[in-house]
Design a protein around this ligand. Sequence first.
Ligand code: ATP
Ligand code: MG
Length: 352
Amino acid sequence: MKKIILTGDRPTGNLHIGHYVGSIRTRLAIQEKGDYEKFYIMIADTQALTDNAKNVDKVTNNVIQVVLDYLSAGIDPEKTCIFIQSLVPELFEITSYFMNLVSVARLKRNPTVKSEISMRGFENTIPAGFLCYPISQAADILAFNANIIPVGNDQLPMIEQTREIANTFNSTYGEVFTLPNAVLPEIKACERLPGTDGKLKMSKSLGNCIYLKDSAEEIKQKIMSAYTDPDHIKVSDPGKIEGNVVFTYLDAFCKDEHFAKYLPDYKNLDELKNHYQKGGLGDVKVKLFLNNIMQETLSPIREKRAQYEQNIDKIYEMLFKNSEEASKEARKTLEKMKEKMALNYKNFAKKG
Ligand code: ATP
Ligand code: MG
């Protein structure tokens, strides 16, 4: 089967290390392998407006920020098609037809949407667009017949809903869509990286992030004040690993060679964890070790970013060109859908 990949991000802020391990690293591995037909990366500005309608500037200004984050993290614009959602109007036409195939009750059951609604305090003021964003996300994926979707695990309910919509369309009107599959990161800790405050998810909207563009000082300050085990007060106290974000970040980023380089008293992460759990290992030592690893990981990204920042015009040009290409591709799918739906008035005119 032809591999068509689609993934994306909401331009609600800069990308953070949760994005990096949850989805960007998977994208880089796919890009490196190169065994795909097409690799789309969508900046979901319209989706971001569903809960930022009164904050359009925030969304539009962050489009370039997210693209700069991609490029500096190693996404290659020659090997991928990075485009802007709102420049592909076909996606919204496709969304309209899908809206009729999903019940409001089903949308309200979506666990990610449910938790996002409570997080944003929407209760009785949920914008209709926000409730429906999983439908528009299905349109984004199915418009390109994408079958591989690299995501963090908060997106699994969206992919499930997309598969349901594809099935319903196919069985109602005729086969148009293949069913997409989510690709989760290989390391469990990366499926949903917690925030520095210990909250379940690092999220731009929660302000608990280490950003890819953070300065060396910001990174260190965030790591040194990150949530660990509140009961680990004295160095001699036994410490907990579960829910301790410093160890979760080590799970996500640490390799054995980092010990040889920065903490030669230990061979690997298991040894470090055992010592911490037994007692006798202080948070500061573990945090300084993590800081070394994060500085090593993030400083090349920050340096590349400074170069790309000199080429903003070129980057926009690339985005416009790619968005046109994406629009042509989405139009083909839209035409196929209309054909199957018998929503083709030209045929009616011919029949007379
Ligand atoms: P927002 O708060 O505006 O929703 P976000 O931080 O959740 O922003 P998104 O743009 O919604 O980021 O997510 C983009 C991609 O990054 C998705 O595939 C999502 O699963 C993944 N992702 C986001 N946060 C994390 C995280 N903390 N850990 C792992 N993956 C994540
Ligand atoms: Mg999100």
